[in-house]
Write a protein that binds this ligand. Structure first.
Ligand code: AGP
Length: 592
């Protein structure tokens, strides 16, 4: 949560920082700000609200600075206001800091600084960093940062600039992500790779406990104890095109349409590493899948596949529940942490704790070099490219792809099962070609205030995911439920004001779910059904039918997911909502 960026180089810093913040805005968007080092002083501009408010405030101001930092915020300490927006400075405005994370001991530090006569301007935890750096500064910014980081508890990534050393940025990382973009005559700091893609593909991923010292010509990395660290420069496979909207109204719509490619790329990526995967699911007494949100739903689908093809029991647990629960975990367990960002703190901590208990940990991430990638015993990657829309779409189906491949490699029928999968991308394309039909249904149902999403077997997690998509971007209450459980409670909610989205491909539970449709209709409920093309029963029994191409039973989630994503997208878009940046959410959740 929160995006930070820093630039020092040959060009004007402000447009570069604003462009980078635009590409980082998915990380938080309740206020934004910049600090520029110009003519021996710091220029601070910051505004509550989205980045466009900051851009408006900067309109017509031609700052010449070639070094600066920027921030886009997801509030933790202090409400979203101009004062609480970053950057924060020391009292004399000689040092400016942007920060992502939480300083857990900030109250104690604040008291200490107040006793020393320091006056605070904001309610944030971040401000203590600026005052500490000012306190410790004796002519070398790096030295002051090293003294400061050793006083801080909690998770942080921050960047600091100072009037005393105008062509220098120092950044520090512990717990929150921070990368260095290595350019020619210019260098960058950022929370995530898309920020720097127009300028360089050369990236240094900082590890926890490291400080980066940047000038236009140099990048040096040190440990918190001040020892130089040699870092590898990676070349990111991501490109700028994948981080831009490419003619689509929203990133989410673009990313929904990118799914066939995300699935193919992940499939090919999996096949290329498959012979060297150092474990078999069958080696373990149990597989535990740990994840949050959409990634958790992918895990639920994966459970069916792993149990079916590997015959190993699989438990899927919310990462936030795992950490403080009493799950007996040992070296007999394989623990898979699923996270598109690879930075979700609950998932990261849960994996760490499983590893400490002796489990073999596997990360399934979309971001190479992310915390979960680096900390897991082994990493599988989804190759979905950067996902900017806050609502996960292409990373979900890419996660399904990797989980499907991981499961079927345990089967005697592996070759046939993989072969059958190869039809999926084209069938997804066909499903996407009917987007306009889904749009019409969205128009019809957009005014309803509550939805129930039902599915059974593999379609239950799909229903959960469909409901999550609708609630997070349209703010409409949507509840996902296993269809067989409806009669145990939720059926009481059914009336003409509660449309029911039923996911009903022709699989082993098809007849059962058709009965559930009847039960809804008997109570005057409205049914929107997603099923196979040519399904006369569902066409006749439901109020609205959304067809997807018929496919083998295990592969149905790849197709039934797509209309649910489109349905949520079109409702939110027609309601005029900010689809890519829904209120209160952030793409990467790095607070517990
Ligand atoms: C998905 O649409 C959500 N924005 C959210 O639930 C997300 O899936 C969750 O925060 C997990 O993120 P991760 O995959 O990066 O760990």
């Amino acid at each position: 949560m929160c995006g930070i960026v820093g630039y020092t180089g040959k060009d004007l810093a402000l447009p570069i920082i604003l462009g980078a913040l635009e590409r980082l805005e998915y990380r938080g968007y309740d206020s934004a700000g910049v600090a520029l080092v110009e003519d021996g002083k710091l220029i601070i501009e910051k505004k509550a609200g989205k980045l466009r408010e900051l851009v408006k405030a900067l309109w017509g101001k031609n700052y010449k600075a070639k070094t600066g930092i920027g921030h886009t915020r997801w509030a933790t300490h202090g409400s979203p206001s101009d004062e609480n927006a970053h950057p924060h400075t020391d009292e004399k405005v000689r040092f400016a800091v942007v920060h992502n994370g939480i300083i857990e001991n900030y109250l104690a530090l604040k008291e200490e600084l107040i006793k020393e006569g320091v006056k605070f301007r904001s309610d944030t935890d971040t401000e203590v960093i600026a005052h500490l750096i000012a306190k410790y500064y004796e002519g070398d910014l790096l030295e002051a940062v090293l003294k400061t980081v050793n006083r801080l508890e909690g998770a942080f990534a921050f960047a600091v600039v100072t009037v005393h050393e105008p062509n220098r940025i120092v950044g520090a990382k512990k717990g929150s992500p921070l990368i260095v973009g290595v350019g020619e005559g210019e260098n960058f700091l950022a929370s995530d790779i898309p920020a720097i893609l127009p300028y360089t593909k050369n990236v240094i991923v900082l590890d926890d406990g490291e400080v980066a010292d940047l000038t236009p010509e140099s990048v040096n990395v040190y440990s918190f104890s001040g020892e130089p660290v040699t870092k590898e420069v990676l070349v990111t496979p991501w490109d700028l095109v994948s981080a831009e909207k490419g003619g689509f109204k929203h990133f989410m719509l673009k990313e929904i349409h990118e799914q066939p490619k995300a699935v193919v790329d992940t499939y090919k990526g999996f096949l290329s590493v498959e012979p060297s995967i150092p474990f078999s699911l069958k080696d373990f007494r149990r597989v535990l899948v740990i994840a949050c949100g959409t990634s958790y739903h992918a895990g639920l689908v994966g459970k069916y596949w792993m149990e079916r093809y590997a015959g190993v029991p699989v438990e899927v647990v919310y990462a936030s529940e795992f950490r403080y629960g009493h799950f007996p975990v040992s070296d007999k367990d394989l623990v898979i942490g699923i996270s598109q960002s690879g930075e979700t703190i609950d998932t990261k901590f849960a994996l760490q704790s499983a590893k400490e208990k002796g489990a073999f940990t596997v990360g399934l991430v979309n971001v190479v070099g992310s915390a979960i990638d680096r900390e897991s015993d082994y990493t599988l990657y989804t190759h979905a490219g950067p996902e900017i829309g806050v609502a996960a779409t292409k990373t979900f189906t890419a996660q399904l792809t990797a989980l499907y491949c991981l499961a079927v490699r345990e089967s005697d029928e592996k070759e046939q099962l993989l072969k059958r999968f190869e039809k999926v991308p084209a069938l997804m394309e066909r499903t996407l070609s009917s987007a306009e039909e889904v749009e019409k249904k969205a128009e019809k149902y957009m005014k309803y205030k509550h939805f129930l999403y039902l599915g059974r077997y593999l379609s239950w997690p799909v229903a959960l995911e469909g409901a999550l998509k609708l609630k997070e971007i349209s703010y409409i209450h949507a509840e996902g439920y296993p269809a067989g459980e409806m009669k145990h409670g939720p059926i009481a909610l059914i009336d003409e004001n509660m449309p029911v989205m039923v996911v009903a491909p022709k699989d082993r539970v098809y007849e059962k779910i058709v009965s559930n449709v009847e039960e809804v209709k008997a109570r005057k409920g409205k049914v929107i059904a997603v099923g196979f093309e040519g399904d006369g029963v569902l066409t006749q029994k439901s109020d609205d039918f959304i067809p997807v191409p018929a496919v083998d039973e295990p592969l149905t989630p790849f197709l039934t997911t797509v209309p649910l994503q489109l349905f949520a997208y079109y409702i939110a878009s027609k309601l005029g909502l900010d689809v890519d940046q829904p209120r209160n959410l952030a793409k990467t959740v790095t607070v517990e």
